[in-house]
Write a protein that binds this ligand. Structure first.
Ligand code: APR
Length: 321
């Protein structure tokens, strides 16, 4: 079977780590595109020269020419500016919408059958725009946010309980902004509810709730926490790892259930918007949105998050995108 072709649009921090992870996992041949001359060529060469040491057999090409992405099976978009300290993701709207528009036109032209994962922020709006410009079916265009937000939540829970993060299941839904919705009720350690473990640890329900609230808040602000420390940009290792988990599920048709910024057509009571929900990811992209019943409190937070997404999309449309 010929190797899959993966186009990475944006050869910055996330694009570089994506290339390295995809090569090491041998998911397919990589074409790394960036607008900056020589940057993707340099990164590709550097990573390709690790092939002997790491033992991977994939081709890695850096380019400034969209023609080279021709026929890509999967495209991951990270083109655009990252945040600087003090900025919200929404502050990137105008700049990144202009970039995503051009990128999407070229993906449509050169990789018309591709599945597309968008990472650029503000995520929910950028996915919406990418689908609009490409005209690809919704199941082929979606965004990465929830895998990362959930991984952050799981990390904080694992640290708090002193257990392996591999045994922690935690899910974050909604938009990729400060209104995101960590689902506390279903977070568990190998099936044991995290709240029960916290209550046993602290022998005090109020204290356990305080600890959980702090972890939920840290999860919501986790991207900003990294931006504040890095000063020159935003997180890139964990976003790349998260997108690669999605890519792997698609390329190997694993059908994993991963939180995905997916288009909703009535699911969770939302119609016509991209929102973070659990979805089955397989060879056809988003193969199914997995619905479940939210409790009252979760529903209020989810509605609030959906409102933030609809407002962001309306702002973008008012700007002419
Ligand atoms: N076409 C292609 N690439 C572009 C374009 C464009 N029109 N404009 C900018 N780029 C490239 C930049 O040259 C840069 O190499 O996008 C790359 C972005 O890389 P970084 O600035 O390092 O940002 P990164 O950390 O990778 O984040 C990218 O993902 O998580 C989001 O908020 C983050 O929107 C940001 C995106």
């Amino acid at each position: 079977m010929p190797r899959k072709k993966i186009a990475l649009i944006g050869g910055g921090q996330i694009g570089g780590v994506l290339t390295q992870l995809i090569a090491n996992k041998q998911l397919g041949d990589v074409v790394l595109y960036d607008i900056v001359e020589d940057l993707p060529q340099g990164k590709s060469l550097d990573i390709a020269e690790a092939a002997r040491v790491d033992g991977f057999d994939v081709n890695i090409v850096g380019t400034n020419d969209y023609k080279d992405i021709e026929g890509a099976d999967l495209t991951i978009i990270t083109a655009g500016l990252p945040r600087k300290p003090g900025m919200s993701r929404d502050d990137l709207l105008v700049t990144n919408a202009n970039i995503i528009k051009t990128v999407s036109e070229n993906v449509k032209k050169y990789a018309p059958n591709s599945i597309v994962i968008v990472i650029s922020n503000p995520l929910d709006a950028m996915v919406t725009l990418c689908q609009k410009v490409t005209g690809f079916p919704h199941h082929r265009v979606f965004g990465q946010a929830g895998v990362l937000d959930s991984s952050r939540f799981a990390t904080f829970i694992a640290w708090e309980l002193g257990v392996s993060v591999k045994d922690v299941n935690a899910m974050v839904l909604g938009g990729h902004g400060d209104t995101m919705v960590p689902i506390v009720r279903y977070s568990n350690v190998n099936g044991i509810p995290v709240m029960e473990l916290l209550e046993r640890k602290y022998k005090d329900k109020t204290k356990a709730k305080e600890i959980m609230d702090a972890m939920v808040n840290r999860t919501k602000m986790a991207g900003g926490e990294v931006v504040k420390l890095l000063k020159t940009g935003s997180a890139f290792y964990s976003p790349a790892a998260s997108a690669v988990a999605m890519a792997k599920s698609i390329l190997l048709d694993e059908k994993r259930v991963l939180p995905t910024c997916a288009y909703l057509n009535g699911e969770f009571g939302v119609k016509g918007y991209y929102v973070g929900v659990p979805a089955v990811l397989g060879a056809n992209g988003v193969e199914k949105v997995v619905e479940f019943t939210l409790d009252k409190e979760e529903q209020v937070m989810f509605d609030n998050s959906v409102n933030a997404v609809t407002k962001l999309v309306a702002d973008m449309e008012r700007l002419g995108f």
